[in-house]
Design a protein around this ligand. Structure first.
Ligand SMILES: Cc1cc2nc3c(=O)[nH]c(=O)nc-3n(C[C@H](O)[C@H](O)[C@H](O)COP(=O)(O)O)c2cc1C
Length: 134
């Protein structure tokens, strides 16, 4: 199994309704492919982790990279995993900046959510912790 973490910036044309549409479709698709994961939207950034069969993860990431609803996609890393981190969620989502701020501050000492500065493990751990706050 593969796990992948990336971050990106939301396009200005995307409103909350569009995010909702995106999530509904993503959960439906991920369920079919047994893909699990977690996504945070905060401070105009997306941070997402997806995990599943290597082929499915590569296919999904190709689609995600082409999606016009975000840009400057930065792959933070991709790793082989034995066990899923987000097995409860086909795509968990959180955008409550109160939780995020506090967690980021404790984890990194930085107040702003700036996921481009995170490394793979750091980002994955933050997403993992946030998955318990949904
Ligand atoms: C930030 C972001 C995260 C996304 N995450 C997923 C995802 O986890 N699963 C998924 O199927 N699509 C996801 N998408 C949407 C895909 O880019 C694409 O629109 C969708 O998979 C197309 O589905 P379809 O081929 O069934 O029409 C995401 C898009 C964005 C912008």
């Amino acid at each position: 199994m593969k796990q992948l973490v990336y971050t990106s910036i939301i396009d200005t044309s995307v409103d909350f309704e569009e995010i909702h549409r995106l999530l509904t479709k993503a959960v439906e698709n991920n369920k079919k492919k047994s893909i699990t994961g977690m996504m945070v939207y905060s401070n105009d950034y997306f941070l997402q982790c997806i995990e599943g069969e290597a082929k499915d993860i590569d296919e999904l990431f190709k689609k995600i990279v082409k999606d016009k609803r975000h840009y400057d996609i930065k792959l933070l890393g991709k790793k082989d995993i034995e066990k899923r981190y987000f097995d409860e969620w086909n795509l968990g989502f959180i955008n409550n900046s109160k939780y995020i701020k506090k967690l980021i501050e404790t984890k990194t000492g930085v107040k702003e959510f700036e996921p481009y500065k995170f490394d793979y493990e750091n980002a994955r751990d933050i997403l993992y912790k946030l998955s318990f706050m949904i």
